[in-house]
Design a binder for this molecule. Structure first.
Ligand SMILES: Cc1ncc(C[n+]2csc(CCOP(=O)(O)OP(=O)(O)O)c2C)c(N)n1
Ligand code: SF4
Ligand SMILES: [Mg+2]
Length: 277
């Protein structure tokens, strides 16, 4: 359908989009205790707080969120910046293309582990290796949440899923894939910034906000690729309460996915190439 026809039939597209929101006029469609909504909120707060240095307007006026396929698919209902939907695994490919079209636009993706490391592993590695100046928010919940709890590349050894009901047996299914370690395994100047935190408590959320500000600043300076991995609960498919899910993160997930900054080349890259702002 042509855009004019769509707009004629839907005179108020924003109201239409709001109506589509499963949970009513406010909030998100995520299950209770899910980490995805927390990540949206943190990103949204930083977008509200930061200003685009070239125009002096709120950063959200110059930002594009690229939703992936997975539980983050309805991102375009929750952000008041520009929004786009990429095919499964192709969020980074789409984002880098939009960034090349408009280098002043702040472009970020919100992807799950199936999207980023399963079907999207090729574009993820390629985009990071080229140090393309976009930002990735990677929600690692060790499962395919949206499709009913199948094993993901990040599922822990012995962790049960609907496709590994007796637990992930690594001899056959492979080992949990660690995105931050993988993308920083070569000692190149890019990717510019890679870090992992979690949504399990206030302290990690404070760290997350600092990372978001830093990643956005690196992108505005034109220094390259940034990714923040979030260890996040999926109580629905883990078969746990929200409280048990946080305990599982602390006892099991953090052993496999340690938190911290894996790469920070902001100063080095700025010294070498200068900054756009
Ligand atoms: C090409 C294609 N293959 C498979 C699917 C089915 N599918 C939809 S979401 C998904 C995985 C989602 O898992 P993840 O990326 O970890 O996101 P989560 O829901 O856990 O946040 C799959 C396999 C699809 N939509 N398109
Ligand atoms: S299925 Fe899991 S990842 Fe998806 S919204 Fe529910 S808790 Fe979140
Ligand atoms: Mg997942």
């Amino acid at each position: 359908m042509k855009l004019e026809d769509y707009l004629r039939k839907t005179p108020n597209p924003e109201a239409y989009i709001r109506e589509m929101n499963y949970s009513g006029k406010e909030g998100t469609h995520y299950c209770p205790g899910c980490g995805h909504g927390i990540v949206c909120k943190m990103i949204g707060e930083v977008l509200d707080e930061m200003v685009h240095p070239k125009t002096g307007k709120s950063l959200k006026e110059h930002s594009l969120v690229v939703a992936s396929v997975g539980c983050a698919v309805f991102d375009y209902h929750f952000y008041s910046c520009d929004r786009a939907q990429a095919p499964h695994g192709r969020a980074t490919s789409y984002a880098r293309m939009r960034k090349r079209e408009d280098p002043n636009m702040m472009v970020f993706t919100h992807q799950g582990d199936g999207d980023l490391l399963g079907i999207g592993l090729g574009p993820t590695v390629e985009t990071a290796n080229r140090n393309e100046p976009i930002t990735v928010f990677f929600v690692n919940n060790a499962i395919y949440g949206m499709t009913g709890g199948q094993m993901a590349p990040t599922t822990l050894e012995n962790q049960r899923s609907s496709t590994s009901p007796k637990g992930r047996f690594s001899k056959y299914f492979g080992y949990p894939l660690r995105a931050c370690e993988l993308l920083t395994s070569q000692d190149n100047e890019g990717p510019a910034f890679i870090a992992r935190t979690s949504v399990r408590n206030d302290s990690d959320l404070k760290t997350l906000k600092d990372y978001i500000r830093k990643a956005f600043r690196i992108q505005l300076k034109g220094l390259g690729f940034s990714m923040i991995e979030l260890i996040s609960p999926c109580p629905t498919n883990w078969g746990m309460t929200p409280k048990q899910s946080i305990e599982f993160i602390e006892k099991e997930m953090l052993k496999v996915y340690p938190l911290g900054v894996f790469r920070d080349n902001e100063d080095k890259l700025e010294k070498k190439y200068g900054s756009l702002i």
